[in-house]
Every structure is written in structure tokens, then in C-alpha cells.
Design a protein around this ligand. Structure first.
Ligand code: SF4
Length: 308
């Protein structure tokens, strides 16, 4: 097991319980470069779908993970280091996850490619889809997501609505609220949200270090107002539970932070659970060129990086 595992571990999630993460794309390969992205700025900007890794890799890693950690998780989440619908054949990957684990599969996506019939057809096999809707027009779309030049708000929004009409599984919409960018347009967002007819709506705010240092969460009052208006639940508080990662020691930490920055407490907890002394690993992380240390909201975070 290396720090490049595609099946990277169990991440505690407020919405999903214990979620086994599968990442089908290389680091920061995305159709957007959102200002709030917890992974930093997008380094591989694309809308071209590819088989970035052969299915065999996922099959071997899933079987290996289940053998070592049993079935101690609630769902498999296809998510990771960028936009997972860029992976094809996504339907075969979803099928594989289901047949090996027997668990429901959740696709966490920015929803930017549902205008493509092929993407809609492949994504349909998931049990739950969690797309993003944080903009309400072209200007807000460009400011918040900094999308690939081939994408427009209307194209993405119409694609999402089309997918809703064709898909019989659950859609859990996520609205990321950012101070000064969309927290003043709750009525406009509400109108767009209602058109999607999702099964659930979640309000999220940047709780981990964002790509752009100036990004801030809205104030509490606005978050509460948004929840009420959208009839939404909130996920801004991180789940209090333990990470279980593929690999050991520094490899385990790298496997998680490539997809999910961790604060120092979470790193210590993960290493202690592996019966590894956190001190030397933390020292190694601090001098590792692929790790960026960021102080955010009074906490020290470890984030994977290639270019910054
Ligand atoms: S938040 Fe998601 S969609 Fe936005 S840049 Fe990051 S990985 Fe891409």
C-alpha cells in the first residue's frame, strides 16, 4: 500500500456516516477551480473524460481494503482529488464498488458535466448523487467556481435539471455559502434550488483551509437564514469521528490529505490508532515538499500540494 492508493480510507462524514473513499482521478484534476476548494487551486483543468486508472487497480485495492478492515463502513463514496465524473467508464466503476463491498455508492460531484448524455447514463447507477449548486447566474458561477472555459452556468444548470428528470435515486444538493460571494443572494439561490427538485439540501461553509486565502464563511445568522429558506440541514461542523486510511504512518496521512486536509489533532488520532508515535511523522510532514501547513480558524492543517 502506498500514498497513491485510489481506495484511500474511511472518512467520517456527517451526512454519510463512515464513508469509504474511492478516488478515480489524479490530484486536482477538475472542471472548476473553486475559491473555497479545500485541496487548493486546480492544476489540471479539463472537461475531457478519461480512464485515468484501469478498473483492475480499483478491484485489487477494494478487495485488499475490505480484507484488512472488513466492512466497517456505511457507504462507498466516489470522490477525491477533483471532479469524479471526469472518469470513464464511471458505470463500471460504480458496479465494481457495489459488487465488492455490497454497500450503497454515493457520487460526490460538482455536477458540471450532466449536460452530457453519456455522463448522465453512467452516473445513474449511483444510489445517491451529491452535486453542488452555489451560484445563481453566470457572474456568480464564474466568481465562485472559476470554471473551465467550455462551461457556462446555463449549460451546467440545465444539465442538472435534466439529470433529475431521468434519475430515480436520491439527489442531495450542496450549497456552499461564501461570505460576500453568494450569502447576499439567498432568494436567488432558493429559486434555483427549487427548480432542481432534489431530495435533500445541505448548507455548507468553508471549514477547512480554502484555495483562496481571503475566503470566509458567512456569519451564523446568515447560515441559519439559508437553512430555513432552503429547508436545508447544515454540515458546517466536521463530524467527530476517526479517519481510517489505506497505508501506514506518513503514507496513511498522505493518502487522506490528498483528498481531505486534516488538522493536527486528526493526524495524531489517525497515527495513534495505528499504534505509531505521531511526533516523528509530524516532523517528516512538516519538512515534506508535498505538504503545505496552513493555519485556519485557529487550527493547524496539513494539505497535500504539487504546485504551490
Ligand atoms: S471544490 Fe470540488 S469542484 Fe471545486 S475545485 Fe475543488 S474539487 Fe473541483
Amino acid at each position: 500500500m502506498s500514498s497513491n492508493s485510489r481506495v484511500y480510507g474511511i472518512v467520517p462524514s456527517k451526512r454519510l456516516g463512515r464513508s469509504l473513499g474511492v478516488s478515480p482521478i489524479p490530484f486536482k484534476t477538475c472542471t472548476y477551480s473553486c475559491v473555497y476548494c479545500q485541496l487548493g487551486r486546480t492544476t489540471n483543468f479539463t472537461v475531457k473524460r478519461q480512464t485515468f486508472f484501469p478498473l483492475k487497480v480499483f478491484e485489487e485495492e477494494l478487495k485488499g481494503f475490505v480484507k484488512r478492515h472488513r466492512y466497517d463502513f456505511d457507504v462507498v463514496s466516489i470522490v477525491g482529488e477533483g471532479e469524479p465524473t471526469l472518469y470513464t467508464p464511471l458505470d463500471a466503476l460504480i458496479d465494481l464498488c457495489k459488487s465488492i463491498t455490497g454497500k450503497p455508492v454515493v457520487l460526490i460531484t460538482n455536477g458540471s458535466l450532466f449536460w452530457s448524455e453519456k455522463v448522465r447514463k453512467e452516473a445513474k447507477l449511483s444510489d445517491i448523487i451529491m452535486p453542488t449548486l452555489s451560484a445563481w447566474d453566470e457572474k456568480s458561477f464564474r466568481t465562485i467556481h472559476k470554471p473551465h472555459k467550455n462551461l457556462s452556468f446555463q449549460k451546467v444548470f440545465e444539465g442538472l435539471k435534466k439529470f433529475r428528470r431521468e434519475y430515480s435515486g436520491e439527489i442531495w444538493l450542496e450549497v456552499m455559502l461564501v461570505k460576500g460571494l453568494n450569502d447576499f443572494a439567498l432568494e436567488e439561490l432558493k429559486e434555483k434550488i427549487s427548480q432542481v427538485e432534489s431530495d435533500r439540501v445541505y448548507v455548507n461553509v468553508p471549514v477547512r483551509p480554502p484555495a483562496e486565502g481571503w475566503v470566509e464563511p458567512p456569519d451564523e445568522e446568515t447560515i441559519e437564514k439559508a437553512k430555513e429558506l432552503f429547508n436545508a440541514a447544515s454540515i458546517e461542523t466536521p463530524a467527530a469521528s476517526r479517519f481510517i486510511a489505506a497505508g501506514e504512518g506518513i503514507d496513511a496521512v498522505l493518502n487522506v490529505i490528498k483528498r481531505h486536509p486534516m488538522n493536527e489533532e486528526e493526524v495524531r488520532d489517525l497515527l495513534t490508532s495505528q499504534k505509531i508515535d505521531p511526533k516523528p511523522v509530524l516532523e517528516k510532514l512538516r519538512s515534506c515538499k508535498n505538504v503545505k501547513i496552513i493555519e485556519y480558524s485557529g487550527r493547524r492543517y496539513y494539505r497535500y500540494t504539487t504546485a504551490e
